[in-house]
Design a protein around this ligand. Structure first.
Ligand code: EPZ
Length: 422
């Protein structure tokens, strides 16, 4: 397994291009199952999760061609040959469950493995099941697989979710586009990736209103046609790289970044003493003078502070002046980066879903281990600011969500290299 060697190298400055959003692309790709016509995505990120979703769609009989070095995905699911999403793919990537709603709507049946737990939590699918059953699907759990049927087609309904689940919102909205009648989804998730999905579905002929709010209304149609859609910028990659000048000093311009994608995160950074200005090309970020000051963070569904930026923010708070309390309210086990940061000299006390971080003057480089996607990049951020060398192992986690991370950071002056495993 490869590792990444980072050596603290003082303030970093330059430009970092922001890629298309992983979590938008992973729901846009299954949307191809809703139509017999081709769906083409541009500005797609080059990530291992996208390759996994490609394999899954191809296992169902869809054609997926990766063009222009992976930035264009030309897809067609004219002839589907299977309606089963196998455990060996779903266990690698939970987002595989996003084929459930589209397959049910298009084929009237779907067999999708339960994803099983992952590092950050149990990650059940009860909210997906409840929503699809409200649309008339019959779903039973058998030998670890959800067996879903709607042979007479899905029917629109009014359904309120118990929690604003991102994936459940995406599955239900996609299924409802081809249901008979109107669906009103209440307590829907409001993430920008859902807005991007709806923009794409609308180009395919779907009739949807309310995306980005807690109530989404979908008027079912008989069929959807093809489209070409540009994937929205990745707000989590954007937020991650905004932390580079915040933790190291210097000034970085994030190309393609927009403050509207990271409002709650950006206001927390500004509270901590980071300056963020919109430019013609994106966002320019620098810290005013010296280390940032500690701020408290609570993760919430959008538009609250994103759980996917909690680990990265913790790395910054390790070097801040003062004490910061971070509360993780979305996932039950998302502090695995904490003990690794402690190995670098951080002062962190974890009690259940709350972590208390007392800033230190200087982190020290050390060998550390990535445990999940966002934890891995928080260790890279800490290594950029630490004195000496940090080796982050198991960086396959990183490859899931960050394209060309070494190249992008070298571009702002970081001393960083990938060590190929023997
Ligand atoms: C999406 O996961 C993202 N993944 C996650 O990003 C992100 O952390 C999460 O939303 C929250 O913003 C993709 O979009 C591919 P949820 P998802 O359903 O849809 C519980 C990353 O790092 N829940 O909103 O799985 C669940 O256990 C990844 O890029 C149920 O209880 O998130 C969790 O505690 C990590 N029952 C909470 O809700 C359900 O049926 C949020 O889950 C579904 C979810």
């Amino acid at each position: 397994m490869d590792s990444i060697l980072v050596t603290g190298n003082g303030p970093l400055s330059g430009q970092i291009p922001i890629a298309g959003a992983k979590n938008a692309c992973l729901t846009l790709m299954p949307a191809t199952l809703l139509s017999e016509d081709p769906l083409t995505l541009t500005n797609a990120p080059r990530l291992s999760d996208i390759k996994t979703m490609t394999q899954l769609l191809q296992s169902l009989g869809a054609e997926v061609s990766s063009l222009q070095d992976g930035q264009v995905l030309a897809m067609s699911s004219h002839d589907l040959t299977s309606h089963t999403a196998d455990y060996d793919i779903v266990r690698k990537m939970r987002a595989s469950n996003l084929v459930l709603g589209p397959m049910l709507a298009r084929l009237g049946q779907a067999v999708v493995s339960l994803p099983g737990g992952c590092a950050i939590g149990a990650r059940p699918m009860d909210l997906h099941v409840e929503g699809l059953e409200a649309l008339g699907a019959e779903i039973e759990l058998k030998d670890g697989y959800l067996h879903a049927k709607a042979l007479g087609g899905l029917k629109g309904a009014v359904h309120e979710m118990r929690f604003a689940s991102v994936g459940a919102t995406e599955n239900i909205v996609m299924a409802a586009t081809l249901a008979k009648g109107t669906t009103v989804l209440k307590n829907a998730a409001r993430e920008p990736e859902i807005v991007d999905l709806v923009n794409c579905l609308r180009k395919m002929g779907a009739q949807i209103a309310g995306e980005g709010t807690s109530t989404i209304e979908i008027q079912g149609v008989d069929r959807l046609h093809g489209a070409t859609h540009q994937v929205v910028s990745d707000r989590i990659e954007l937020g991650t790289y905004m932390l580079v000048p915040a933790i190291c000093g210097g000034e970085v311009e994030l190309l393609g970044g927009r403050k509207s994608l990271v409002e709650s995160f950006a206001s927390k950074l500004e509270e901590a003493g980071v300056s963020i200005t919109e430019t013609a090309k994106g966002l320019k970020v620098s810290r005013k003078n010296g280390p940032v000051t500690s701020v408290d963070v609570i993760t919430e569904p959008f538009p609250g502070f994103p759980t996917d930026l909690q680990a990265q923010m913790m790395a910054l708070m390790c070097t801040a002046q003062g004490v910061s309390v971070l509360e993780e309210r979305i996932f039950e086990n998302r502090f695995m980066h904490a003990p690794e940061l402690v190995r670098m000299g951080a002062q962190i006390e974890v009690h259940g879903g709350t972590a208390k971080v007392t800033g230190v003057d200087q982190l020290k480089g050390a060998p550390v281990m990535a445990t999940d996607l966002r934890a891995s990049v928080s260790l890279i951020l800490a290594g950029l600011a630490a004195e000496g060398e940090t080796t982050v192992s198991r960086v396959y986690h990183l490859d899931r969500g960050y394209e060309h991370v070494v190249g992008k950071l070298e571009g702002v002056g970081a001393k960083i290299e990938r060590i190929k495993s023997q």
